[in-house]
Design a binder for this molecule. Sequence first.
Ligand SMILES: NC(=O)c1ccc[n+]([C@@H]2O[C@H](COP(=O)([O-])OP(=O)(O)OC[C@H]3O[C@@H](n4cnc5c(N)ncnc54)[C@H](O)[C@@H]3O)[C@@H](O)[C@H]2O)c1
Length: 256
Amino acid sequence: MSAFNGLSLEGRTALVTGAASGIGRATALLLAQSGAAVVVNHLGRAPEAQSVVDQITAGGCKAWAVEADVSSSKDVVRMLAQLAQMPGLGPIDVLVNNAGIIQEKPFLETTDEDWARMLSVDLGSVFVMCRALLPGMVARGHGVVVNIASDLGVLGRAGFAPYCAAKAGVIGLTRSLAREFAPAIRVNAIAPGPVETAMLSPDSMSAETLALELDIPQRRFAHPEEIAATALFLASDLSRFYCGQVLGPNGGSVMP
Ligand SMILES: NC(=O)c1ccc[n+]([C@@H]2O[C@H](COP(=O)([O-])OP(=O)(O)OC[C@H]3O[C@@H](n4cnc5c(N)ncnc54)[C@H](O)[C@@H]3O)[C@@H](O)[C@H]2O)c1
């Protein structure tokens, strides 16, 4: 058996989608702290993405910010062409599919557009990014994919049917890709519980939903860094026998 490299990502390049804020930002920073060169994807948030890059480069690692709507195949193809031109940037070894949106709306008021948008961003982006990056990983004979699902993909939540359906889909997609691309490429998911980010704030959710989210054994929201720690584990060699798993840093919201 070859030796473990521990949590070190030295010599690897990671791409984190939706990395200008929240869990994505914390993940980009932690992967870089562990030695990875990091591509910080964002959508319309150039200053925030640049500040993540600046923080990483100040710590002595390489990072690049790149804009793309990861739910759009066309935009992702354009982004990859742009990345191919960036000096010093190698092929992507670690893909973290983190970008996501949420919407609270009673099911009977949910429009075709609401449904299509949620499925396209929260599930379609994982399909689009994996289809774009897996061929390179297959050709190189290695790669890691970490998909950010949600505990709500397992629990369900009134007022969030499209989100929960999309996140349940991420879990199914993860398991299918894990089977199809093992052993060379490891595909796993994280299903976080409530995390202190813009997504879980009075701007995006009712007080009733926020109270429900807090009603878990740990009685607090996670810090984004606590989810990033799971992403680092799944990206690293320490998790090399994990395949198609869904890890749950969730404060006890789900106990499988
Ligand atoms: N906050 C929580 O409680 C929680 C719980 C479980 C799962 N999650 C999941 O974690 C992930 C990150 O969310 P967060 O909580 O950090 O919130 P967040 O809103 O800070 O992060 C989401 C990021 O995705 C980006 N994004 C949205 N659509 C995009 C697109 N089409 N292309 C590129 N980027 C796009 C946003 O600009 C934002 O930076 C999401 O997938 C979310 O569903 C969050």
